[in-house]
Ligand binder design. Structure first.
Ligand code: NAD
Ligand code: DAU
Length: 350
């Protein structure tokens, strides 16, 4: 039985990747290592609790001794590394936490893999999940390709860029069998409601203001999270060692246009008069260093590995809104406690 370590599996994207691998590969044993920060939630994986090929391990990737011991104990064949501090606004408030988890945590995992596999890399793989934000920002036109130069602007993207460089350096220096992917913005179920789409669904539901940064003119390229998980499956199994794959949906939206679509769909679903939720739109101070536009060219992944997105955005956003509306208890649970303090600091004191 192959043993695969997935880090950050209790988070948004990680929970979809864990679910896909546990269900699709009964002959793999999936170890989900997660610190359970505010963003990690075992309720995201309730359906897997009794699966024979699934084990949850609570732990911190920054804890080097613990990581070395975990690798020695379980003798993993592969690593799919998603654990990270992932929210740009939090990185602006507290950059060091991002350096610790995203950079030091990644290097700890690389060291542990290298030590365990001891230069006999046959059948082994270290897969690092990264973001399109490392490429910086685009103007009105053009796309990020795998060869676009790195130009990060936020502490979050700088920490992810740094971790990407370490992963590639371990390939070039020690021959570690690594693969990297850089994906655009994900949306779908189980996303922590500090990120645009679930935050605004929750606020519309509760008739709270919708805080649009700047003029709402920034553009993001949205991909349904289950399509990202499918891409990770394909790249883990078929990607070339040392290679990079961009993942994206060719689905660009100006924030304000996306928000208006969400308001219209929510009005319909909540039985409100047309235009009611749009009244909640409130323009607030822009995010510092706010990148104007992201857009991914995923031609390489589509051409070489045959992946393509399965869902059109119109269908995806309806499914996503339906999920949050019918999982109000999940939303209420994650928006209590610590989250409230964060929310007050982020928005109320502006
Ligand atoms: P998330 O914040 O929802 O989840 C991160 C998970 O990592 C949480 O479960 C958290 O508990 C865990 N974690 C954090 N610090 C840890 C530590 N020190 N040790 C162990 N576990 C720790 O993030 P996400 O949106 O699911 O993103 C997952 C990965 O995908 C990240 O690496 C992110 O950079 C990348 N990514 C995200 C997006 C997106 O749109 N969300 C797009 C492209 C790439
Ligand atoms: O591009 C991939 C990245 O997408 C991932 O690497 C990150 O982990 C993920 O958080 C996401 O980053 P963004 O900064 O693009 O996502 P966020 O949901 O925070 O913001 C999306 C856009 O909406 C961005 O232009 C900022 C804007 N925004 C966001 C929030 C939370 C607002 O206008 N108001 C808000 O309250």
């Amino acid at each position: 039985m192959k043993k695969i370590l997935i880090t950050g599996g209790a988070g948004f994207i990680g929970s979809h990747v864990v679910r896909l691998f546990v269900n699709k590969y009964p002959d793999y044993h999936i170890y989900n290592l997660d610190k359970l920060t505010y963003a990690g939630n075992l309720a995201n994986l309730k359906d897997l609790e009794n699966k024979h090929n699934y084990t949850f391990v609570k732990g911190d990737i920054v804890d080097d001794g613990f990581i070395q011991q975990l690798f020695a104990q379980h003798q993993f064949d592969g690593v799919i590394h998603l654990a990270a501090e992932s929210h740009v606004d939090r990185s602006i408030a507290n950059p060091l936490e991002f350096v610790m988890t995203n950079v030091v945590g990644t290097v700890n995992l690389l060291n542990a893999a290298r030590h365990l596999w001891k230069d006999d890399y046959q059948g082994k793989r270290f897969y690092h999940i990264s973001t399109d934000e490392v490429y910086g920002t685009l103007g009105e036109s053009g796309f990020f390709t795998e060869t676009t130069a790195y130009d990060p602007h936020s502490p979050y993207s700088a920490s992810k860029a740094s971790s990407d460089h370490f992963v590639r350096a371990y390939h070039d220096t020690y021959g570690l069998p690594v693969v990297v992917s850089n994906c655009s913005n994900n949306y779908g179920s189980y996303q922590f409601p500090e990120k645009l789409i679930p935050l605004f669904i929750n606020n519309i539901r509760h008739n709270k203001p919708l805080p649009v940064y700047g003029k709402g003119e920034n553009v993001r390229d949205w991909l349904w999270v289950e399509d990202h998980a499918r891409a990770i499956d394909v790249i883990y199994h078929q990607g070339l060692n040392g290679d990079t794959y961009n993942i994206g949906g060719h689905n660009e939206w100006k924030n304000i246009d996306l928000i208006r679509v969400m308001c219209r769909v929510m009005d319909r679903k909540l039985g409100r008069p047309d235009g009611e939720s749009e009244k909640l739109i409130t323009y607030v101070k822009d995010r510092a260093g706010h990148d104007l536009r992201y857009a991914i060219d995923s031609t390489k992944l589509q051409r070489e590995l045959g992946w393509k997105p399965s869902l059109q955005f119109e269908e995806g956003i309806e499914k996503t809104i339906d999920w949050y509306l019918s999982n109000q208890e999940w939303l209420d649970n994650v928006t209590s406690g610590d989250y409230l303090k964060y929310y007050e600091q982020q928005y109320v004191t502006r």
